[in-house]
Design a protein around this ligand. Structure first.
Ligand code: ADP
Length: 452
């Protein structure tokens, strides 16, 4: 990656509404943080503009302080600054209370809230004279993140390879929630003086807000999505199809420092490849004890997921039953935005906790520390998604030495190579087989993978 690293630094501003670990709902939050950190490690100047939610966990923000205010949209907007995982984040707090709602998503006026945020972020850039931000010249030498994150390298190449003109300023928006940035920039802010910047738009999940996404696809200079296979799967979608010439599937990565079993405060024994057996045994015991399961050496299947149709609810339920039938243990960590699905799982939990209390535990909540212990303590992590743009849980599972069992779709297909069927496909990419996968959406497919 030398040629790219030696380019003089670019200025990249992410405008996003989720960011791990301060305000994360799913993979979008992980990727905004991990991609930014990796690009910053390549010497580029990365800043993030973020809503200041009242429900944000400020204990994870360093040097948090008020910076200034500006007026826009009939209100005062306070700008706060802080460091999150070594990234510079500008927090916008409109005094009209749009982000004083105790939640990230789930308000009736989410489109209005995030539309306002997108607009006020561009206004902030304009009023501060993009690029206003301090330059961080970090050393990129010997940085493992640079080499492990193929997606970072690809992103930079996609950005700067835009004809002969040297593009230095990138505004990067994500999914429907900051999609308005793309057209507000092209229709307005570009003409107000931000003319040197180019807009990159990343689709993390096409299912959400396709009506906004189509317009952003039209206006963005480049568009990406989070895996090659997903980019092919959605290429016929009417909001994507006209834009294939500027649309790239680039596989997500995870941040190997944030997800690191050798340096993880939520697990009892640090481990790496050379003591993986000992490390995982200690985590399994800690997990069993914490959840009141029998501390026996049974195969332990973990599931960490939002509980939505996308994630294959019926296959998740089937996998739980199947695992219990075959004398395994199963731990599910998940919650649903849909109260009906949540209730359904509460009922299932009650049933299973009385019939198989020593081998099954369903934790129907969001719990970041517990997720670490499950990745470390499980033998297998199951991801039976009906569709999956990239999926991060299978990657984190591998990082913690748990074997992924996945449905062959989207990024799951691109990252998991079945031990019995994908040897050639893995070798063609210089990789080894690393898990189990299955086709179909019925019990037979997942049974085949689980039985093996
Ligand atoms: P999606 O973005 O569709 O939810 P991904 O696999 O891309 O799916 O990312 C999910 C992320 O959210 C992972 O980092 C996973 O560990 C985390 N996660 C999902 N559900 C929970 C939960 N209930 N508690 C803690 N972390 C969770």
């Amino acid at each position: 990656s030398g040629g790219v690293v030696q380019e003089s630094p670019m200025h990249i501003v992410h405008i996003a509404v989720e960011m791990a670990p301060i305000a994360k709902v799913g993979g979008l939050g992980d990727v905004v943080t991990s991609l930014s950190r990796a690009v910053q490690d390549l010497n580029h100047n990365v800043n993030i503009i973020f809503p200041k939610y009242d429900c944000m966990n400020l204990s994870n923000v360093k040097d948090f302080h008020f910076q200034k205010s500006y007026s826009w949209g009939g209100t005062e907007i306070k700008v706060w600054f802080g460091k999150v995982e070594s990234l510079s984040v500008y927090f916008l707090e409109p005094q009209n209370g749009l982000f004083w709602t105790g939640c990230i998503y789930g308000c009736k006026n989410d489109a209005e809230r995030f539309g306002f945020f997108s607009h006020s972020a561009l206004e902030f850039l304009l009023q501060s004279g993009f690029h206003p931000f301090p330059c961080y010249h970090l050393k990129s030498s010997d940085n493992p993140r640079c080499t492990r994150h193929e997606h970072v390298f690809m992103h930079i190449v996609v950005f700067i390879d835009s004809g002969s003109e040297k593009i230095r300023d990138i505004i990067h928006c994500h999914d429907w929630s900051s999609a308005p940035v793309a057209w507000l920039f092209k229709e307005h802010y570009m003409h107000y003086g931000l003319s040197k910047a180019r807009v990159v738009f990343t689709i993390h999940n096409l299912e959400f807000g396709a009506q906004f996404i189509g317009k952003a696809m039209t206006y963005a200079d480049k568009a990406t999505t989070v895996s090659h296979t997903y980019s092919k799967e959605v290429s016929g979608n009417p909001v994507i199809a006209p834009h294939l010439y500027k649309f790239h599937g680039i596989l997500n990565g995870i941040d190997p420092d944030i997800w690191d079993p050798y340096n993880d405060r939520y697990i009892p024994v640090s481990y790496a490849a050379d003591n993986v057996v000992e490390g995982k045994r200690a985590s399994k015991q800690a997990l069993q004890q914490r959840l009141g399961l029998k501390t026996a050496d049974l195969p332990l299947v973990g599931i960490i997921t939002r509980l939505t149709h996308q994630k294959g609810i019926h296959l998740i339920k089937h996998a739980i039953r199947k695992t219990l039938d075959r004398n395994g243990q199963v731990v599910l960590l998940g919650s649903s935005p849909d109260p009906r699905i949540q209730n359904d799982f509460v009922n299932l939990a009650n049933q299973l906790h009385s019939s198989h209390g020593d081998r099954a535990r369903l934790c129907l909540t969001y719990d970041e520390p517990l997720s670490h212990l499950i990745y470390a303590g499980a033998d297998f992590i199951i991801v039976p998604s009906i569709f999956e743009p990239c999926g991060l849980t299978q990657l984190t599972a591998m990082r913690y030495g748990s074997i992924p069992v996945v449905r062959k779709t989207g990024g799951l297909y691109d990252t998991v190579f079945d031990v019995d069927h994908d040897k050639e496909r893995a070798e063609a990419q210089g990789l080894e087989t690393n898990g189990f996968s299955f086709d179909g959406v019925d019990a037979a497919g997942i049974d085949y993978a689980l039985n093996r």
